[in-house]
Design a protein around this ligand. Structure first.
Ligand SMILES: [Zn+2]
Length: 264
């Protein structure tokens, strides 16, 4: 890979997932009798949650389509949907003929009440009012309140809560009820959402372990790279790209399985 804007691009989450799917498929096909665990650095990309996963981050307060725009915008607000990458049935990403990732807007899913029953985030598509529209944080919280999921808060107190504290930087970091967004954010189903990588690997029967933050040197693969570089330097210098590429691949092949195991 030649990284850069006008070259091969950068290694994105989509690439990481594609690589994880390939790795999970390979190991489960070749060694079906084992449990497979992949160790990842504690990096932001690795922790990213899938688009479409339950998240209180961008949720509007009211039912979609009910809030009228101001003077400048006469249209009511659009339905709250989330853009996701389109995928083939085997989970791989879909591209158009120009190699651009295909996207689609989908409904957010994954909410459940404390008793485990599903909480619909949208009105049914055949509802007489608000058909297919997002319910909004206020109604979602009210439904949870009625189920007893929010303690003994009254409907009136709930209704008067702000949508969110300024820029979602809540003054009290331990508060679970300062604003609507914080209340949802702290609900068990919202806080249990897994990262894309964990989800992707789980679908392919593999487990992911994240290293402690800022301790990527604990990753055994670092020792493999180090060993490979040491062998690489024994090769003669060259300015020919094909020679360098061949040396790199040869070098990686020379790291013995036995020494890799020792690093682990
Ligand atoms: Zn708050």
């Amino acid at each position: 890979m030649r990284p850069g804007k006008n070259r091969d691009g950068y290694f994105s989450l989509a690439d990481i997932e594609e690589q994880a799917i390939a790795a999970c498929t390979t190991v489960s096909e070749r060694w079906p009798e084992y449990d497979h665990v992949f160790v990842y650095d504690n990096a932001t990309t690795h922790h990213k949650q899938s688009a479409g996963a339950l998240s209180a981050r961008a949720m509007p307060k009211s039912i979609s389509g009910t809030r009228q725009g101001g003077k400048k915008n006469k249209n009511p607000d659009p339905n709250f949907l989330v853009p996701v990458n389109k995928r083939n049935t085997d989970g791989t990403l879909m591209y158009d003929i120009h190699g651009t990732l295909l996207k689609e807007n989908i409904q957010m899913t994954g909410a459940s009440f404390a008793d485990g029953t599903v909480q619909e985030l949208y009105f049914p598509s055949n509802a007489s009012k608000h058909a297919g529209k997002f319910k909004g944080m206020e109604l979602l919280l009210e439904e949870r309140r009625e189920k007893g999921d929010l303690g003994n808060i009254s409907a009136d107190v709930l209704k008067k809560k702000n949508t969110e504290c300024k820029s979602f930087k809540c003054a009290d970091p331990h508060s679970t009820s300062c604003c609507m967004r914080r209340m949802l954010f702290n609900q068990p189903d919202f806080s249990a959402v897994k990262s894309c990588l964990e989800d992707t690997c789980a679908k392919h029967k593999c487990t992911v372990l994240f290293l402690p933050k800022f301790h990527c040197e604990l990753n055994p693969i670092e020792m493999v790279w180090g060993y490979a570089k040491w062998i690489y330097w024994l090769n003669p210098e060259s300015s020919r790209e094909d020679a360098l590429e061949r040396n790199t691949l040869d070098t990686l092949e020379q790291v013995l399985l036995e020494s890799m195991r020792r690093f682990v």
